[in-house]
Design a binder for this molecule. Structure first.
Ligand SMILES: *Cc1c(COP(=O)(O)O)cnc(C)c1O
Ligand SMILES: [Zn+2]
Length: 445
């Protein structure tokens, strides 16, 4: 008998299924997995979610993730029973996702030349560990608890380790984090230390750290919480859920993300595919993924800048050999991902296939921005009274670039995701000391 929730390989011709208690992140043929649900959630839940904004003392209503628990009920519990929720669902006292919702930011709109009411920016940095990662970590650690894992393991450009360390500490389980030595913003690394995580320094970049963490997790009974974990993707679906809810389920024209490992892109795509299939939305917003110019794997492949072939999901049969040849080319030429926005300094995005699926379903686009454009994007967000880190500035910079190219129109409705809070204190200080920068406000003496 198949249960209500299960794991399924994304490859249409393979489609192997696994029980929800499985900790595989791939099928036995090496394809990535999705969490699938048999039931179609009723659109009446829209009212339930709205009513839960008055939490009535329940941390599972306060939580911006578990408020939507019927749409990610992989624990297969009675979602109305708070007793059952407390037995299964991990939560930092309801703080995850509680404060992140879309806002209008007039100075950013002015900078972009877009209608003020058409621009929404959603600061996911206002999560307890300071980044969107908490949305997916809370669900991954919930699954870890479901399967009785004693230790979670991840590789990180910084924010994943902060988030994993935080939830592990709160649950009283161990946490190992693999980081590229010397390449993590001190504000992120210090969080992992404070939360008691075991840091493992890897010589090399994030891609090397990920490889080592996956090997070690497998050999030493660790539970992997990187975004290759399909339960991470489930929690991150609530980022577009919150955006859509605050827009009264009036679908925007665009949702814009910085692109690193492409977990966010994948989860947004999955959320939209499900909502559309369930009849919750009639229109599909387009996803725009913004890479850094120095770490542009998705953009290069998607836009045919490598071997003149535009890489596509192709209904589940993407040209994976093209991807392998691209990676070989990077290795052979000694090309390492390079940007000051370390959160997206990734050469081999682990979720590239699901990312491609998201772009195909939403008729999406991928593009690149420079470090200096990201810094301007980050800085103009600050002038509205919200802070975000440099990688998040990619969303603003990407909207600007796509508007210049008339891909995003002046009267489109756009939701840009600001993925994390500023944790690299010297970046804005240095930016403002250089009077040539667009928004520089140097100190007086
Ligand atoms: C992890 C991270 C990203 C990249 O997100 P992906 O889902 O890996 O593409 C972007 N910005 C910040 C602040 C992050 O922490
Ligand atoms: Zn498969």
């Amino acid at each position: 008998m198949q249960e209500d929730a299960f794991l399924k390989c994304v490859h249409p011709k393979c489609g192997l299924v696994y029980p929800i208690y499985s900790t595989n992140v791939q099928c036995e043929n090496g394809h990535v997995l999705d969490v699938k649900y048999k039931n179609t959630p009723s659109t009446k839940l829209k009212d339930t979610f709205y009513e839960r904004r008055n939490s009535k003392g329940s941390i599972f209503n306060e939580s911006g993730i578990w408020r939507f628990r019927e749409l990610l009920n992989f624990c297969q519990i009675d979602t109305e029973s708070l007793e059952e929720c407390s037995k299964f669902l991990v939560s930092l006292d309801g703080a995850e996702g509680r404060q992140s919702k879309p806002y209008h930011m007039s100075k950013a709109a002015e900078f972009l030349g877009i209608e003020k009411d058409g621009l929404w920016l959603q600061p996911e940095g206002y999560n307890p560990s300071g980044s969107f990662k908490d949305n997916g970590m809370v669900t991954a650690v919930t699954h870890a608890k479901l399967v009785g894992a004693k230790k979670i393991v991840c590789a990180s450009t910084g924010n994943t380790s902060a988030s994993a360390g935080m939830f592990a500490a709160n649950e009283g389980i161990d946490c190992d984090v693999y980081i590229p030595a010397g390449q993590i913003a001190p504000g992120k690394l210090s969080q992992a230390y404070q939360f008691g995580a075991q840091i493992v320094e890897v010589e090399g970049n994030f891609d090397d750290a990920l490889k080592q963490s996956l090997d070690d997790a497998q050999n030493h009974d660790g539970y992997t919480v990187n975004s290759v974990n399909p339960f991470r993707i489930e929690g991150q679906k609530t980022i577009p859920f919150r955006a859509l809810e605050y827009l009264n389920w009036d679908v925007p024209d665009w949702i814009v993300y910085p692109g690193g490992a492409l977990g966010n892109t994948s989860s947004c795509g999955k959320a939209l595919m499900e909502l559309y299939e369930w009849g919750w939305i009639k229109k599909i917003p387009r996803i725009a993924v913004i890479n850094s110019e120095g770490a542009s794997t998705l953009s290069d492949l998607y836009n045919g800048e490598f071997e003149n072939e535009e890489l596509r999901w192709n209904k589940g049969e993407p040209n994976t050999e093209l991807i392998s040849r691209y990676y070989d080319h990077l290795d052979k030429e000694g090309i390492r991902p390079k940007t000051k926005a370390t959160a997206i300094q990734i050469g081999r995005p682990a979720n590239i296939l699901k990312g491609l699926r998201a772009l195909e379903f939403t008729n999406g686009v991928a593009t690149t921005v420079t470090d200096s454009e990201m810094l301007d994007g980050m800085s103009v967000v600050g002038l509205n009274g919200f802070d975000c880190e440099m990688a998040s500035g990619a969303s603003v910079a990407g909207i600007k670039k796509l508007m210049n190219e008339e891909i995003i129109k002046k009267d489109d409705t756009v939701v840009g995701i600001l993925t994390g809070r500023q944790k690299d204190a010297m970046i804005p200080v240095d930016y403002h000391h250089n009077s040539e920068n667009t928004f520089a406000n140097p100190p007086k003496n």
